[in-house]
Design a protein around this ligand. Structure first.
Ligand code: FES
Length: 85
C-alpha cells in the first residue's frame, strides 16, 4: 500500500493573519509533484496558538502527519515531507 503523507495547514485566525493563506497558495503548485502521495487539508485552529508556552509559539502552524511545524514555510514543509519518504 502506498504511503500518504497528510499536510494540515491551519487557517485559523492567528495562522491566517501570519500568512497561512499565502503559504497554502504557494504549496499547491510545489506539492503537485507528489501527486496522491501528499494529502493537503486546510483545517481550523490546531489549538497550538493558544499555548504560548510551547516551543511552537509562532504561527503559522502546519502539521505534517503528527509533526508540528512552527513559522511554517514551503521549505520547512518540503524538508519534512522528504524525510517521510
Ligand atoms: S490559529 Fe493556527 S493554531 Fe490556532
Amino acid at each position: 500500500m502506498k504511503k500518504v503523507i497528510t499536510v494540515k495547514i491551519c487557517l485559523g485566525t492567528t495562522c491566517f493573519v501570519m500568512g497561512a493563506a499565502k503559504l497554502q497558495e504557494k504549496l499547491k503548485s510545489v506539492l503537485e509533484k507528489y501527486g496522491d502521495s501528499v494529502d493537503v487539508k486546510p483545517v481550523n485552529c490546531l489549538n497550538i496558538c493558544a499555548n504560548t508556552d510551547t516551543q511552537y509559539a509562532k504561527a503559522p502552524y502546519v502539521m505534517v502527519d503528527n509533526d508540528i511545524i512552527s513559522e511554517a514555510t514551503v521549505e520547512k514543509i518540503i524538508n519534512k515531507i522528504e524525510k517521510g519518504y
